[in-house]
Design a protein around this ligand. Structure first.
Ligand code: ACO
Length: 428
């Protein structure tokens, strides 16, 4: 027997195995704990729970390391294309030229969405948030492709994966066009994945839209940096929904809903709104840092802090540099970038933030780049979802291939003791 852990309960000693990951992370394997002892563990927010074994992404929060299938994020973001990285995440290795050509061609082939789906847009209110629209459009796709219902048919699953990768940018761009009252722009398969998305977002029938390579590069990098992040809230949601053998579309739709929240992917929108507020309030960053520290004030510095990174977020470093590069190359001076930098400087020196190991996360600077490349604020979290899609798919696929059981946590009941029903006339 390898390494074990001893647990003493009511004076009785139990021995349980310790599982060691490939980067030497240790986990006490409590799979048999309840059977052995009658006890369960209590871990609200799953801060200490390894919900699965996974070979996709490695993350070391203390050292600020992030690897996709063994490749460090710094190299992947520098040299990769988003589709290449998507292939890596989903299928486990970087593609050969032939594999990448097939993957790219197949995705290009599926970029159109069923014309009937356009009618759905008419039913949403004009100012519907695009995350709500995207989540329901993706859920609706399962009704158009009933062959996706069987998660164990691997041929159909591959088709579903390619359809999702192909159609999500189309649906996202369509949702945007509809929300501003512009005509929908159809995909153009001669373009790369990122070029096509920019084309669908910004082209108009009235003039030729030229794709700026600086913008395309920035988009490629942002999508790659968001592509996976192991068992975060939305990914855990995708795995949880999928664990009931629900189809991939429904699982991704649930992931989009989870990502929407301001404590998760919605933070990129919240950061820009916060920076705008600080600017309009006169730009005194120390006032807002003080508010964030005040326990009687619900305000938090959006884009700061992370459940896992307690030193620095390697994605934030890359994005901060990309942000400077993109704004310089586009010749844009955005006053909220100055505010963001001041805020970072003040917060990083402040004892409150230092003590709690609160650093800028991936979302602190991403919104400034999105803004510079013309993406409206309400679309920021949609951009995150587009980037995270291959990660969600890879995690769902791994869960199905590992034959994981349905996700069903326990609870510790803290409610009333057993009591008798009281007729309404006798209550109160
Ligand atoms: N501003 C001010 N104080 C903060 C912040 C913040 N942004 N984040 C954490 N803290 C404080 C908490 O008040 C708490 O203080 P206390 O110990 O005195 O009570 C302490 O730091 C620990 O915070 P928790 O909320 O317990 O940390 P947790 O790991 O649960 O939360 C989270 C992480 C949700 C990211 C949090 O830092 C936060 O709300 N940040 C702002 C939202 C944000 O940027 N989210 C994006 C995350 S990245 C992503 O999802 C892609």
């Amino acid at each position: 027997m390898g390494e074990t852990a001893k647990i003493i309960l009511d004076g009785k000693e139990y021995e349980v195995p310790v599982f060691t990951g490939s980067a030497n992370e240790k986990a006490i394997d409590i799979t048999k704990l309840r059977d052995l002892t009658g006890y369960v563990t209590l871990d609200s927010g799953y801060k200490n729970t390894g919900a699965t074994k996974s070979a996709i992404t490695f993350l070391d929060g203390e050292e600020g390391k992030l690897w996709y299938r063994g490749y460090p994020i710094e190299q992947i973001a520098e040299y990769g294309t988003f589709l290449e990285v998507s292939y890596l995440l989903v299928y486990g290795d970087l593609p050969t030229e032939k594999e990448l050509r097939y993957f790219t061609d197949s995705i290009s082939h599926h970029t159109l969405v069923h014309e009937d789906m356009k009618r759905f847009y008419e039913a949403y209110p004009t100012h519907a948030h695009p995350m709500g629209v995207l989540s329901s459009m993706i859920a609706s796709m399962s009704t158009f492709y009933p062959e996706s219902q069987n998660p164990n048919n691997f041929r159909d699953i591959d088709l579903t994966i390619h359809r999702l990768m192909a159609k999500m940018p189309t649906l996202a761009a369509q949702a945007f066009k509809v929300s501003i009252g512009h005509p929908i722009v159809y995909p153009r398969n001669a373009y790369s994945y990122t070029q096509n998305f920019l084309h669908m977002m910004f082209a108009l029938p009235t003039y030729e839209y030229e794709i700026d390579p600086v913008i395309e590069d920035a988009l490629n990098k942002l999508l790659i940096l968001h592509a996976d992040h192991e068992q975060n809230c939305s990914t855990s949601t995708v795995r949880m929904v999928g664990s009931s053998q629900s189809n991939l579309y429904s699982s991704i739709s649930a992931g989009i809903a989870a990502l929407w929240g301001p404590l998760h992917g919605g933070a990129n929108q919240a950061v820009i709104e916060m920076l705008e507020k600080i600017k309009n309030d006169g730009g005194d960053v120390s006032k807002w840092v003080a508010k964030a520290k005040d326990k009687n004030d619900p305000f938090r510095l959006m884009g700061f802090g992370h459940r896992v990174y307690k030193n620095f977020d390697p994605r934030a470093r890359i994005i901060k540099k990309a942000c400077d590069d993109v704004l310089n190359k586009l010749g844009i001076h955005d006053p909220i970038l100055d505010i963001a930098k001041q805020l970072e400087e003040v917060a990083l020196k402040d004892e409150y933030f230092v003590e709690r190991k609160l650093y800028p996360n991936v979302d602190f600077y991403s919104g400034i780049i999105y803004r510079a490349i013309g993406i409206p604020t309400e679309m920021f979290t949609v951009m995150f979802a587009l980037g995270r899609l291959p990660g969600w798919i890879a995690q769902w696929k791994e869960m199905i291939e590992q034959g994981e059981p349905i996700g069903r946590p326990r609870q510790i009941y803290t409610g009333h003791d057993l009591r008798d029903y009281v007729p309404i006339a006798k209550r109160g």
